[in-house]
Every structure is written in C-alpha cells, then in structure tokens.
Design a protein around this ligand. Structure first.
Ligand SMILES: Cc1ncc(COP(=O)(O)O)c(C=O)c1O
Length: 339
C-alpha cells in the first residue's frame, strides 16, 4: 500500500499531459530511472506487462519474430499470449535449472538456426532478474555476461525483465548497473517490492526510447496526468531499494519457520529474496486448498508453478511473519487431522 508520504506526494503532484511528454513529475521519474539504471532514457508506463511488451516490440519491425527466453520467465509464460497478440512473437524457450538459471551455452545453441532456410530467425534474447517463478532467485552477473557474449556473437539484442532488479541488487550487494549494462533494454517496476501503487519503467538508449514512446501510445498507454502516480514512483525509487534487505530477512525467517512446522515442504536455503514457495502436496494438501484456508485466516498467498507463494513486502513486519506462521500452523494441523 502507498505510504503516507506517497499519498501526500500524489495529492500535491505537479502534473501535465503525458501524451505530449509535458508532465513534469513523470519526466522527473523518467530521468531518475535512466540515471539509476545507467541508460540514456526511460519511459514511465502503467504496468510491468506493458513495459515488457514495449521492450520486446522495440527490437522488431513487422510480425513473425522469435525470442529466446528461459521457460519460467514471465515474458515466456504469463505474457506468452500477450506477446503473440500484440507483436506476433513466438518463443524458443530454454529449460533452466531449479533456480531458473539459463547459461550462455544454452543461449548460443538456441540462437543457432536449425537449418539453412530456417524461417524461425531469433531476433531477441529475454532474461529475467530476479526470476519470480523460479523462487525470486538472483541471476549471477557472470551468467548474464556469458549470455551477452552469446547474443553478441549472433548480433542479437537483450531485453532484461528487471521487474525485481532492485531485489537482486539488494540480495547480491551489487548496484543494478552490474546487470543493466549487459542489456540493450530493460524494465523495472516501482510497484512490487519498491512499494509504489502503480507503474513500471522501460529504459534504454535515447533513440530506442523515442520509438518506445510511440509504441506506448500505440498500445493505449498514453496516460495523461500520470504525474499523480509518478509522484509515488519517485519516492519508491529513492527510498524503496534501501529497505529491501528487510523483506529478504523476513522471507528467510518465514521460510525457516514454515520448514520447522511442515518439514519437507520447502528448502529455506533456496530463499534468496522476498519470495517463499511451499509444496503443500508434501504435507498432503492441495495448493489451492491451502491458499483458500490461509485466506480465511487473513493471509494472502498465490498459486505459482503449482506451489503456494508467500511474498514479504513493505506492509509485512515481524508481527506479520508471526501471524502468517500461526495461520500456517492451523492449516498444517488441519492437514494432519485429515490425513
Ligand atoms: C518478472 C515479472 N515481470 C513482469 C511482470 C508484470 O508486471 P505487472 O503485473 O505490473 O504487469 C511481473 C508480474 O508479477 C513479473 O513477476
């Protein structure tokens, strides 16, 4: 939820018409996003999905394109139909390891045409950091450099879905530019962990971002006095990154508590950032049943990759972790009783 400071900033935001590029608060956020990610320019859009879709489309002319991505990537799973509908994109997916990690060698192989007259020419490589569906895992900078090398050899650009890039930076103790410099374009969300109510930014070279602005309007994303929400985004970008380590520490505590209550349902050592995935089948309960019962006890979770996903964020304090563990204890007791 937006903080009091965000709500005040939204109420007082100086605004203009973003269609014409003259909303001063949006422009400030875009300048700051470009600065922080080390890119020439940035574009503020309503959602992470729109940011990715602009990021993909930017690299193509016309339709009939293939993108290489890890099979667990948001772009290649949740957004697969969006990409097909908006830009005629199909994906050549690479099966990552348990942490969703793909290697430079796998990308190199995926970029090789199958035969001399292959119509499926790959135009882009898309990577994700952190990898949400694989557990909020951090992509090693060396892995991205190896992917960059493979992409360069094939003269194919890279788009980075950095929806949670600041979580990766906080977990690794590195600046986001360690990853962003290896990508031609990227997006990140000021919503999600940074705590703004709405918004994402596409970042890249100035010339591409001019085209991104055209595509944003084409996709229906010219959003007039968007300075109202950009004002919260500015606070999220300035203050959000510094507190993400708290979410990560709470996620680890939550994971350790859950593993103690229901051994075998998760590996707390696999928790790298703010996400905890639990395999409730291992305690004899369907994930959807567990989600429903937790919701009835006031704990919001989601079904992702067949598991129950719990996420720590700005509105979950130490007490909240205790509350979630108490709810889990009740649900686990029900599972034991019903077994
Ligand atoms: C990795 C990743 N990319 C993109 C998105 C899309 O963001 P939005 O929900 O703002 O469209 C999400 C959403 O959860 C995500 O996890």
């Amino acid at each position: 939820m937006p903080s009091d400071a965000m709500r005040r900033a939204m109420a007082e935001a100086e605004v203009g018409d973003d269609w014409y590029g003259d909303d001063p608060t949006v422009n400030r956020l875009q300048e700051r996003a470009a600065q922080v990610t080390g890119k020439e320019a940035a574009l503020f859009v309503p959602t992470g999905t729109m940011a990715n879709q602009i990021g993909l489309r930017l690299h193509f002319r016309g339709t009939g394109h293939s993108v290489v991505a890890g099979s667990s990537a948001h772009i290649a799973s949740t957004e697969v139909m969006t990409s097909a509908a908006l830009s005629g994109i199909s994906f050549r997916t690479i099966a990552g390891d348990a942490r969703g990690r793909i290697t430079g060698e796998q990308v190199r192989t995926a970029l090789e045409p199958d035969e001399a007259y292959d119509v499926e020419v790959v135009d882009l490589v898309a990577v994700e950091n952190t990898n949400g569906h694989a557990g909020g895992t951090v992509m090693a900078v060396e892995d991205l450099r190896a992917i960059r090398k493979a992409a360069d050899e094939a003269a194919v650009p890279i788009h980075l879905d950095g929806a949670r890039i600041f979580n990766a930076a906080a977990a690794a103790g590195l600046d986001v530019t360690e990853w962003t410099r290896e990508a031609d374009t990227l997006m990140f969300c000021v919503s999600k962990g940074l705590g703004a109510p709405v918004g994402s930014l596409v970042c890249g070279p100035a010339e591409l971002m001019r085209e991104a602005r055209r595509i944003k309007i084409l996709f229906g994303g010219a959003w007039r006095q968007a300075g109202i929400v950009a004002a919260a985004g500015l606070i999220a970008l300035e203050e959000g990154p510094a507190r993400l380590h708290e979410d990560h520490a709470r996620a680890r505590r939550l994971a350790e508590g859950l593993a103690e209550l229901t051994p075998g349902t998760l590996d707390p050592g696999a928790v790298e950032t703010n996400m905890v995935y639990v395999d409730t089948e291992a305690m004899g309960m369907r994930a959807l049943d567990a989600i429903e019962r937790l919701a009835a006890l006031g704990v919001g979770t989601t079904l992702v990759s067949g598991k129950v996903r719990l996420v720590t964020h700005v509105d979950v304090d130490d007490e909240g972790v205790g509350f979630a563990l108490d709810a889990w204890r009740s649900v686990a007791a029900e599972a034991t009783k019903e077994a």
